[in-house]
Design a protein around this ligand. Sequence first.
Ligand SMILES: Cc1cc2nc3c(=O)[nH]c(=O)nc-3n(C[C@H](O)[C@H](O)[C@H](O)COP(=O)(O)OP(=O)(O)OC[C@H]3O[C@@H](n4cnc5c(N)ncnc54)[C@H](O)[C@@H]3O)c2cc1C
Length: 349
Amino acid sequence: MRGIGLGGTTTLATGNAVRKDEDLKEIGINLDAEFEKLYSMIPVTTEHKKNWNSSMNKMFDTFREMGLNPEVMPKALKTEACINCSHCAIGCPTNAKWDVREIVENAVSKGANLVTDCKVTRLETEDNRVKKVHAKIKNKSVSYSADLIVLCAGGLGTPVILNNSGIECKDSLFVDPLICVAGISPGADQDKQMLMPFLSRHDGFILSPYIDYFSFFFDRKWRVPSSDLACIMIKLADEERGYLDGEKVHKVLTKKDKEKFDEAIELCHEILRNMGIPREDHLVGLTAAGHPAGMLPLTENEKDTLHSPLLPDNLYVADATILPKTMGFPPMLTIMALAMKISEKIMNL
Ligand SMILES: Cc1cc2nc3c(=O)[nH]c(=O)nc-3n(C[C@H](O)[C@H](O)[C@H](O)COP(=O)(O)OP(=O)(O)OC[C@H]3O[C@@H](n4cnc5c(N)ncnc54)[C@H](O)[C@@H]3O)c2cc1C
């Protein structure tokens, strides 16, 4: 899953605003200053537990009693405007949830020229510099020139543009696949509750309450009233194996990924049983993914330049494509911190 349009996938995000930059730190990229700046720009809060309903509190307590260390999820959210509709991932009706359009609006108000409905197809290079960016607006071909170009079409968009331009990415796509496990529990009312209000960290995955509308709409077994579902999402740090053929995604879960999912699914069954929901009332959802990334991963060699030697001199990539390692964790804040560092680098060129 990804969002195509202004604001990108942050418009579908559930507002989880968490820092996860250990792998970047390990290769020598320090984002302390950028995170600090982001926290002053974005309303990140953990003050939303007061909005949870009783079954969410019960799930949190069950996690705690089982020693699973649940943590209230930091949210990019104006809590007072949240109406607990559970629609974060399909468009927040009150704009309580922050998304990146706020930053775009700010840039436009300061003079940035925004062109929408415009699909970049390829870059034209000469002497290791991009001369033109070719694109389509509806069916009309257009091209743009600039001294410096920053590509940020996301983990599935950027590699396609690079590939069309003769720059090959790596077969190291990771996607943070997810599976939800639900228990049928009349009156759970998770559909009247913000998504992912807390998380529990494990080796290779996180767990977080999330009503799985994907399975609800596309898997017949899930045809029970949405208000009767107590649902837990498993988000896995998958192995970095996958590639694109044109725009077609090739991603298969490895043996290790499947074993991790099995372990996590068993744990979810145990949590739901401890909540009093018998095993025969549990549902395991469809596999999905929403964090495509990693096909031009940054390495230690690029810690100072933040620029892959595979790229023309005046082209930077500033999106999930350059994340160095699988995350199994909400990545948007980390991507933004990295993009901010890249923009500072560019301004000082
Ligand atoms: C349902 C869902 C919920 C999520 N919830 C969270 C969350 O709560 N917290 C979190 O941290 N992460 C979350 N994520 C993931 C997060 O939103 C993404 O990882 C992040 O937005 C990726 O940023 P990006 O800049 O790499 O790409 P994107 O945000 O996908 O932006 C790419 C942009 O490029 C544009 N584009 C693509 N191709 C082209 C082209 N050829 N020409 C021109 N433009 C193009 C797209 O329209 C889009 O605007 C969620 C993802 C999903 C699917």
